[in-house]
Design a binder for this molecule. Structure first.
Ligand SMILES: Cc1ncc(C[n+]2csc(CCOP(=O)(O)OP(=O)(O)O)c2C)c(N)n1
Ligand code: SF4
Ligand SMILES: [Mg+2]
Length: 299
């Protein structure tokens, strides 16, 4: 019997989002469900993991399995799920605060190990859920509830950051451009290895500067502009260095598209298979021998 093709709506749960009207995160649900249906990945084979934040509520609105864990701990939880069952498609849906403040210690290690998962950062340059504090991606001067005279922090550049730590797919997209966002999310999920997508997703309630109106004519598609040699890290870093220029120069554009993709690097799960094979082939597979060798000698 021929299987019926799943439509994007088939990936939605019955729970209605409680986000504010006009929140950029609504579009991200559409991009994910469209991507999963086009890739024909069944909901039961997908696990969404998120921390805490408005954006981190996203898995509630999807039908697949999901884990809503501690603030900043989505990535290590997702790593555990992937290692337990490498056949699953793993999505991490998180905010700029969750990923780059409290959770920032985890990104480098998931990236350098090339764990096969897709991390999507809904970057609204603010802490939305806790009602308007500045985040690591907030521009200097942004007003927040705890920075009434404007932020004096230098913002981080998520693209350069992930490239530097060895992510094998790094892209940026914009929630105001559904076609671009769906296309990028689909390519990120299809990528074998650690993929990171920074999604510029405005928070109309609290961030009155980085709005849909602001980004409307600001983005420029680097791939349409000719960036096609995707495995050139030097070129990717050069393009990424322009990501925050618009914070300081009014005429500067915001680059969107795929900065980098390395399809050759083996994933962590593939390397783990090799380790398991070596273990199974070794003479002594009695775990007690290994435990005895690891015993700490107290001094
Ligand atoms: C351990 C811990 N520290 C702090 C908080 C409070 N807290 C909840 S969400 C959040 C930041 C949310 O910002 P972001 O990740 O950017 O998500 P957004 O709401 O903007 O989508 C903070 C500080 C918490 N829940 N747990
Ligand atoms: S506070 Fe901002 S990020 Fe949170 S739901 Fe409202 S618009 Fe979205
Ligand atoms: Mg945020």
């Amino acid at each position: 019997m021929q299987e019926l093709e799943l439509q994007p709506a088939d990936y939605r749960s019955d729970i209605e989002p409680t986000w504010c009207a006009g929140c950029g995160d609504f579009g991200v649900i559409s991009a994910i469900t469209k991507a999963l249906s086009e890739l024909k990945i069944k909901p039961e084979n997908v696990v969404s993991v998120s921390g805490i934040g408005c954006s981190s509520r996203l898995p509630l609105f999807l039908k697949n399995y999901s884990m809503h864990v501690l603030h900043g701990r989505a990535i290590p939880t997702a790593i555990g799920v992937k290692l337990a069952n490498p056949e699953l498609t793993i999505l991490v849906e998180a905010g700029d605060g969750d990923l780059f403040s409290i959770g920032s210690g985890h990104n480098p290690h998931a990236a350098r190990r090339n764990i096969d998962m897709t991390v999507m950062c809904m970057d609204n340059q603010v802490y939305g859920l806790t009602k308007n504090q500045i985040s690591p991606t907030s521009r200097e001067g942004l007003f927040g509830s705890l920075t009434p005279f404007g932020s004096i922090d230098t913002p981080i550049n998520p693209i350069s950051y992930m490239l530097t730590f060895g992510a094998t797919f790094v892209a940026q997209t914009y929630a105001g451009n559904l076609k671009h966002m769906s296309d990028i999310v689909k390519k990120a999920i299809a990528h074998k290895g650690f993929s990171f997508v920074n999604i510029i997703s405005p928070c109309p309630t609290f961030n009155k500067v980085d709005t849909f109106k602001y980004y409307k004519d600001k983005t420029i598609d680097i791939n349409e502009q000719g960036h096609a040699e995707l495995n050139n890290l030097q070129k990717a870093l050069e393009l990424a260095s322009k990501d925050l220029e618009h914070y300081y120069t009014e005429s500067a554009k915001v680059p969107i598209g795929i900065f980098y993709e390395d399809t050759a690097k083996p994933t962590y799960e593939e390397k783990m298979k090799m380790v398991k094979a070596k273990y199974n082939a070794s003479k002594d597979t009695n775990p007690q021998v290994f435990i005895d060798e690891c015993k700490v000698v107290s001094v």
